[in-house]
Design a protein around this ligand. Structure first.
Ligand code: ADP
Length: 488
């Protein structure tokens, strides 16, 4: 098993965490390796009853946690960050085993994920209120910011650690307590991170982790949404599930942070530095085997550089090494499951049937138990194709030809999504025009990689609500309270 090589076997946690205690449940489910199909471990399959216990524990722990000076909460976050970094190799192994991404990429995610704890430990100390100049000499107006309360976080499998810390760090920093429901495919990374949080001195009940399979996740989700004790729900995942959760949160008027699907355009103008655009497209498209919500999904290339771009891009795509993430030099790992593989296959078949030219890749790689797809490049894509309308979430790059700047902007914005977008140009006027015209929460200009803890990550339109990371990231976890002081 790939988990035999852990330096610290205690990080392979196979129980859930409620109120500072590791618990089992009435049943369990298997976590599997997407590169081989092999079972890695069994974890508790929890439901409504355990969700309610966790909510009660988080509610119990709330007063003491939010009453601590921010500096003390920050100290716990910093110790947790340091432990994540110290155990980065083991966490990366767990992540590659259950998620599939290449080991170096997994290690990168551990460092990136840990950085949110650092960042929000600092921000915890800067949750400033304000005083407002009075309009009545007998009164004074004050504004406080206070922790929202008990928070729930439902996270996806594509970033098994970072999607947790990005939510939990600002919540804990603000003084909230949290219940996490990690994705059913990747609970082991979440549980290892929770073990390190315990070692960092997280008080009982402040951080709880509920594991559940796909069916039970729906039940846990309902319990979290229906509770009037839970005041905030943060979710990263598909727009479809985001809509369900939003509806389920309506009866209790819960605060919501949603990071949903994207359909990122990646535009290469005639005046781009082509070498740099190709590198950016490789990084943006094939990272995590194309399974990120900010991966380039539609690549638009202006007519003057279309053929030259395709030549260079095809050479790079066909040289990508695909395989088990534990193998040295592998750049593209397996897809998460059979359904993901099926979707990619469908998108490729549909594009070819509608006239796309296959330049490299195009089919699944037959292995026993693994879910591998060849890094694929399609030219002459059109808006009618599925890959233009839906997020492929796999290693497939469809390239579209366009003529004018106005046409590129129109095509890029013709989607209900608005998460990340990218474009390459060296013309300063165009950089401002296009940067302002793209209806997206994030715009990468002359780069394919934009994520870091210090910047506001999030989308517009049906890609979500709120921002994660940055100074803005803590705002979803505080309520504004106005104090009006009379009789002065
Ligand atoms: P992805 O497409 O990335 O698998 P999903 O939106 O299906 O994303 O899942 C993201 C997270 O949401 C996972 O933790 C999953 O278990 C959870 N989830 C999926 N459906 C529901 C639901 N109906 N209620 C609550 N959680 C759900």
């Amino acid at each position: 098993s790939p988990l035999e090589g852990l330096d610290n076997p205690g990080l392979l946690r196979t129980q859930a965490l409620i109120n500072g205690e590791w618990i089992t449940g009435p049943a369990s489910f298997a976590v599997t390796d997407p590169a081989t199909g092999a079972a890695l471990a069994q974890v508790p399959n929890l439901g409504r009853a355990e969700a309610e216990t966790a909510i009660a524990a988080a509610a119990n722990a709330l007063n003491a946690w939010r009453a601590k000076p921010a500096k003390e909460r920050a100290a716990v976050l910093v110790r947790w960050q340091q432990l994540l970094v110290k155990h980065a190799d083991d966490l990366a192994r767990l992540m590659t085993a259950e998620q599939g991404k290449p080991l170096a990429e997994a290690r990168g995610e551990v460092i990136y994920g840990a950085s949110f704890l650092d960042w929000f430990a600092e921000e915890a100390k800067r949750v400033y209120g304000e005083t407002i100049p009075t309009t009545d000499p007998t009164k004074r107006y004050l504004v406080l910011k206070q922790a929202v309360g008990v928070c729930a976080a439902i996270t996806p499998w594509n970033f098994p650690l970072a999607m947790i810390t990005r939510k939990v760090a600002p919540a804990l920093a603000a003084g909230c307590t949290v219940i996490i429901k990690p994705a059913e495919a990747t609970p082991l990374t979440a549980l290892a991170a929770a073990e390190l949080a315990q070692q960092a001195g997280m008080p009982a009940g402040v951080l709880n982790v509920l594991t559940a399979d796909a069916a039970q996740s729906v039940e846990v989700g309902k319990a979290l949404c229906e509770s009037d004790v839970v005041r905030h729900l943060s979710f990263t995942g598909s727009t479809e599930v985001g809509r369900i959760l939003m509806a389920q949160c309506a009866p209790t008027i819960k605060k919501l942070s949603l990071e949903l699907g994207g359909n990122a355009p990646f535009i290469v103008f005639d005046d781009a530095d082509l070498e740099s655009a190709v590198e950016g497209a490789i990084a943006s498209k094939y990272r995590n085997a194309g399974q990120t919500c900010v991966c380039a999904n539609r690549i638009y290339v202006q007519a003057g550089v279309y053929d030259a771009f395709l030549d260079k891009f095809a050479a790079r795509v066909s040289a990508l090494k695909t395989g088990n993430g534990f193998e040295a030099g592998v750049q593209v790992g397996p897809l998460i499951d059979a359904q993901a593989l099926q979707k990619v296959e469908t998108h490729v078949a549909d594009a070819i049937a509608l006239g796309a030219r296959l330049l490299t890749g195009g089919k699944r790689i037959e292995t026993t138990g693994g879910h591998f797809f060849e890094p694929t490049l399609l030219a002459d894509a059109t808006p009618q194709m599925l890959c233009s309308r839906e997020e492929t979430f796999g290693p497939v790059a469809p390239v579209f030809k366009f003529q004018t700047e106005a046409e590129a902007i129109q095509l890029a914005n013709a989607t209900e999504f608005g998460l990340a977008s990218y474009f390459y140009s060296r013309d300063i006027g165009r950089i401002f025009r296009v940067g302002e015209a793209l209806e997206y929460g994030m715009v990468g200009i002359n780069t394919g990689l934009i994520s870091t803890a210090e910047v506001p990550f999030g989308g517009v339109k049906q890609s979500g609500l709120g921002r994660e990371g940055a100074r803005q990231g803590i705002e979803d976890y505080v309520e504004v309270k106005y104090l009006c002081l009379g009789d002065i």
